[in-house]
Design a protein around this ligand. Structure first.
Ligand SMILES: Nc1ncnc2c1ncn2[C@@H]1O[C@H](COP(=O)(O)OP(=O)(O)OP(=O)(O)O)[C@@H](O)[C@H]1O
Ligand SMILES: [Mg+2]
Length: 238
């Protein structure tokens, strides 16, 4: 691709105390793509996202977002550059309604795109539109997860890091989640998608990175990974 990547990571390492868990990951996320980060339990997917966001001790030869070095920036400044992060645990206000949660996610534009509004988001997440007055504590886990993503979009990110958005949610919601991620991509938001759910990741991602015990085993197109049955069996068990 000719345009410079949004997110560029060279030789990322991370440790918890003395235990090193990432061993030199290098990859780039380009505007408008969905990049899957897949690997078994404990491979280091979550740690990779946390390392990018400055939430765990990490080193990298290069870590930039839109050309800004992420080096020693605190997490909130990284987010303000236009990099959204949706961790595994759902982060919504359970006593606020869907609409109020979205309004709470509105902040000074960090990205360069035109601001999202609840109405625009409801087109991506039609099921949320139907429950706009409902409080968070009356929503299913999957609906809460979608609301967390929608709320993150209110912060106007150019790219978003999603940690296992399909985990533990009903199949019908997984389907809606896949559509919402594709709609985000169509709106120009780049997505780095950590997933254990192979079918989900394979169905919506353009490229993939496979990590095994903190090391990169594959980086390439999703079609190439689909075709490599041996590598998938070895590293993903699928
Ligand atoms: N807070 C922590 N302290 C110490 N070790 C940790 C901590 N969090 C994760 N680890 C270890 O780091 C390694 C990578 O974990 P990580 O959570 O990044 O994997 P993952 O690919 O996200 O796994 P999962 O599919 O279970 O979410 C594992 O060996 C894990 O046990
Ligand atoms: Mg994880």
């Amino acid at each position: 691709m000719s345009t410079p990547p949004l997110l560029e990571i060279w030789n990322l390492t991370a440790s918890y105390g003395r235990a090193q868990v990432l061993f030199g990951l290098s990859f780039a996320l380009h505007a408008g793509e969905v990049l899957a980060l897949v690997g078994r339990n404990g491979a280091g997917k979550t740690t990779t996202l946390k390392a990018i966001m400055g939430l765990v001790p990490a080193t990298a030869q290069k870590a930039t977002f839109k050309g800004h070095s992420l080096g020693r920036l605190p997490t909130y400044k990284i987010a303000r550059l236009g990099l959204g992060y949706v961790p595994e645990d759902r982060r919504i206000f359970t006593d606020l309604t869907v609409e109020e949660n979205l309004e709470a996610g509105r902040k000074a534009a960090g990205g360069t795109r035109s601001p999202w509004t609840p109405e625009r988001l409801f087109k991506l997440f039609p099921n949320l539109a139907e429950m706009r007055g409902r409080r968070g504590n009356q929503m299913s886990g999957g609906e809460q997860q979608m609301l967390t993503i929608a709320r993150t979009l209110m912060g106007n990110p150019d790219a978003i890091l999603l940690d296992e958005p399909s985990e533990g949610i009903a199949p019908v919601i997984v389907q809606m989640m896949a559509q919402a991620i594709q709609a985000m991509k169509a709106e120009g938001v780049a997505v780095l998608l950590c997933e254990q759910n192979w079918a989900f990741a394979a169905g919506i991602s353009d490229r993939a990175i496979v990590i095994e015990r903190g090391e990169m085993r594959f980086q390439g197109s999703m079609a190439e990974l689909m075709a490599d049955e041996r590598l998938r069996a070895e590293t993903l068990g699928v």
